[in-house]
Design a binder for this molecule. Structure first.
Ligand SMILES: [Zn+2]
Length: 282
């Protein structure tokens, strides 16, 4: 599987794998008979250009719409290069209108990290992906929604569904019911912007239910190099829920929770620490 080549997962759905060296996320294309929808814009003009070049090789209907899954830089910096009518949640639009007026120089980024508006990880990745940023233009979405939108692309549809979650309150998923595929982007990840990383039961549990309510066979996560099957997602989220429930019942007692879990690995401990951080927040 090549990082720079689109992969096909179902009759109408293609995806570009992520690249962790500069935090490039998964990008997607849903190709109908009439038009193609692009899912996320990439983390730079260069990322967007390589995505557009790949889509152009597919011999599918021309891209006519772009959807942004949430406001984080790695999903939106390529939007001006893609230059299509763009849909997103209302909160994504609000934030992008604000961010479009920001200074993106190294000094301004450093200041925002010091002020707690930006985090070190994103600043460092922005500097590697975009060493020169003087001509960076952020393009806010044209069309904003609050709950959901359905796009007919010709023989296939895309449901843009707001799910929120700890990672970003504006997170949406893109569900393609005919192909039983979901682009879930980063919605299942913890909150990274207010360290330490945190999960809250209030946000995470309804989100998990909403993801599994989609009648899908495959889910594409924003930074995973392989799609996950429905079974894999159910197993993973079942474990998350178990850890969350133990935190709910036992409170801030890490030792007792780990004893109750019995067998656990480093990922379980990381998830547990996210829930414990969430507990302190409320
Ligand atoms: Zn994100």
């Amino acid at each position: 599987m090549s990082q720079s080549k689109l992969n096909q997962i179902s009759p109408h759905v293609y995806w570009l794998p992520p690249d962790s060296t500069t935090d490039r996320p998964v990008l997607g294309a849903v190709a109908g008979e009439r038009s193609t929808l692009l899912v996320d814009a990439g983390n730079s003009p260069a990322h967007a250009r390589s995505f557009l070049a790949e889509v152009a090789r597919l011999q599918v209907a021309p891209p006519q719409f772009l959807v942004l899954t949430h406001w984080h830089w790695d999903h939106i910096f390529g939007a001006a290069t893609i230059g299509l009518p763009t849909l997103a949640h209302q909160e994504t639009r609000r934030r992008l209108v604000e961010m479009a007026g920001w200074d993106w120089s190294d000094a301004a980024l450093d200041e925002r990290v010091a002020a707690g508006v930006e985090i070190e990880f994103c600043r460092d990745m922005i500097k590697v992906e975009l060493p020169g940023r003087t001509d960076l233009v952020l393009r806010p979405p044209d069309i904003a929604f609050t709950e959901w939108v359905e796009l007919g692309l010709g023989g296939v549809s895309a449901q843009l569904i707001h799910v929120g979650g700890d990672h970003a309150p504006d997170s949406i998923i893109v569900f393609i019911p005919e192909d039983r595929v979901v682009f879930m982007s980063d919605c299942l990840a913890p909150d990274l912007y207010h360290p330490p990383r945190r999960y809250t039961i209030q946000q995470l549990f309804p989100l998990i239910d909403q993801l599994l309510q989609c009648e899908a066979d495959f889910y594409l996560m924003g930074h995973n190099s392989e799609p996950v099957s429905r079974m894999e997602l159910a197993t993973y989220t079942g474990r998350l829920k178990l850890i969350g429930q133990l935190v709910e019942h036992l409170g801030n007692d890490r030792t007792a929770i780990l004893a109750e879990l019995g067998r656990f690995d480093a990922d379980d401990e990381e998830d547990l620490d996210c829930f414990l951080a969430g507990l302190k927040q409320v």
